[in-house]
Design a protein around this ligand. Structure first.
Ligand code: GLA
Length: 425
């Protein structure tokens, strides 16, 4: 690593202590103290509405009940995935003529949303729903919230909704800037606590993240994720480009949302699946799966249920991490986490990425070696190192001047926790 790069890195690391978690101006509805975890159908099930031809895949109460059952029976709920969020395409094309209330599709949600909400709650899960701030939802399927903010917020509260994903299609920039805060106030006025997920920054040329973090519990900052490694790395790149700003406004109650976890579908390899999970945990992203829980392969399910990695994602410091170093196609991403020593030294989760493309062998494993102090790990008593993908693999104690080396699969990641030592007894 060059000296200039190393200085830049240390500068970055030291600013963690003065920015970020102390910006106390979030929505403060008491919710989402750690990034929300759950499931949402959109990337996997899109807007399939033909339940005759595609009975298992259409957006319907059958899919939602089946997923609720699987979240619980397969152990996902116990691991923390509790928000079951219905995405777009749940509505009738028009509001109720008399009351102007939103109507769920009669064919696909015949029991109604309040009953479905009761079912979700009866499984110990939380109920999320999609809406749009503008004239129509993004898939043109249903009416947006325009001119009906209070009514729609009340409707959601009556249905027992716990989480609202508010999209921003068919709204102008000024409607977005006024509408997101206004709908947030409408939610608060109902008296029912509902997590408020905003797509606001995605629809803005120059988003004001300070303002957005005052009104939303989470916010989408990039385009829709697709089921591919290229899409995952593209979103990571967008995060790293703006990471100082994005991380500064996140913390308990307010999170950057890079979109869903696509693990368990068709295209991510095992290594790429590890990579998405590791980086989503480093940047304190919501862990919202989009997959068919009935057909997730066992090795991918084990990744999704890895308690050590979920522990990093949900770390109580609530401080999002950064990319701190790029050397050829190796990247290092770091997040400060608990435990914190009695001298205020933090522990770290560190992800080492091999993005491939090396001249001598584009898709080979690569060995990467670094002295820990170069990554800002300077607790003189050292760090206990554990492989987050395999907790039985304990590397023992490393001091700041020790070199740590890791062998990283192509288009893959290694991910470790460097824990400060507990106080001397
Ligand atoms: C937008 C959002 C997606 C999804 C679709 C549904 O594209 O970004 O996450 O909600 O709308 O139409």
């Amino acid at each position: 690593m060059s000296i200039a790069r190393c200085h830049l890195l240390l500068l970055l690391l030291s600013t963690w202590d003065c920015v970020g978690i102390h910006v106390v101006n979030g929505l403060e509805n008491g919710l989402a103290r750690t990034p929300p975890m759950g499931w949402m159908p959109f990337e996997r099930f899109r807007c399939v509405t033909d339940c005759v031809r595609f009975p298992k895949d259409c957006i319907s109460e059958r899919l939602i009940r089946r997923t609720a059952n699987l979240l619980v029976s397969e152990g996902y709920a116990a691991a923390g995935y509790r928000y079951l969020i219905i995405d777009d395409c749940w509505m009738e094309a028009s509001r109720d003529m008399a009351t102007h209330e939103l109507l769920p599709s009669e064919d696909r949600f015949p029991s109604g949303m309040r009953n479905l909400g009761n079912y979700i709650h009866s499984k110990g899960l939380l109920f999320g729903i999609y809406h749009d701030l503008g004239e129509r939802t993004c898939m043109f399927q249903g009416p947006g919230a325009a001119r009906h903010f209070n009514l729609d917020a009340r409707t959601f509260a009556n249905w027992g909704v716990d989480y609202v994903k508010m999209d921003g299609c068919f709204a102008s920039e000024s409607e977005l800037d006024q509408g997101y805060p206004e709908f947030g106030r409408a939610l608060n006025h109902t008296g029912r606590p509902m997590v408020y997920s905003c797509s606001w920054p995605y629809y803005k040329a120059r988003p004001d993240f300070k303002l957005i973090a005052q009104h939303c519990n989470l916010w989408r900052f990039a385009q829709d994720i697709q089921d591919s490694m290229a899409s995952v790395t593209n979103i990571m790149m967008q995060y790293s480009k703006k990471q100082t700003e994005l991380a500064a406004h996140a913390g308990p109650g307010r999170w950057n949302d890079p979109d869903m976890l696509v693990l368990g579908n068709y295209h991510l390899s095992y290594d790429a699946s590890r990579l998405q999970l590791a980086i989503w945990s480093v940047i304190a992203a919501p862990l919202i799966m989009t997959n068919d829980l009935e057909s997730v392969r066992p090795e991918i399910k084990n990744l999704l249920l890895n308690r050590d990695i979920i522990g990093i994602n949900q770390d109580p410091l609530g401080q999002p991490g950064h990319k701190v170093l790029t050397s050829h196609n190796i990247q290092v991403w770091i997040r400060p986490v608990t435990p914190v020593s009695n001298f205020g030294k933090k522990s770290f989760a560190i992800a080492f990425l091999n993005l491939g493309g090396f001249a001598e062998c584009p898709l080979c494993p690569q060995v990467y070696k670094v002295q820990l102090y170069r990554l800002g790990l300077n607790s003189r008593r050292g760090y206990n190192v554990m492989d987050l993908f395999n907790r039985s693999h304990n590397f023992g104690l490393y001091k700041p001047k020790d070199s740590f080396s890791t062998r990283i699969n192509p288009e893959g990641v290694t991910f470790y926790k460097f824990s400060v030592l507990p106080p001397k007894g």
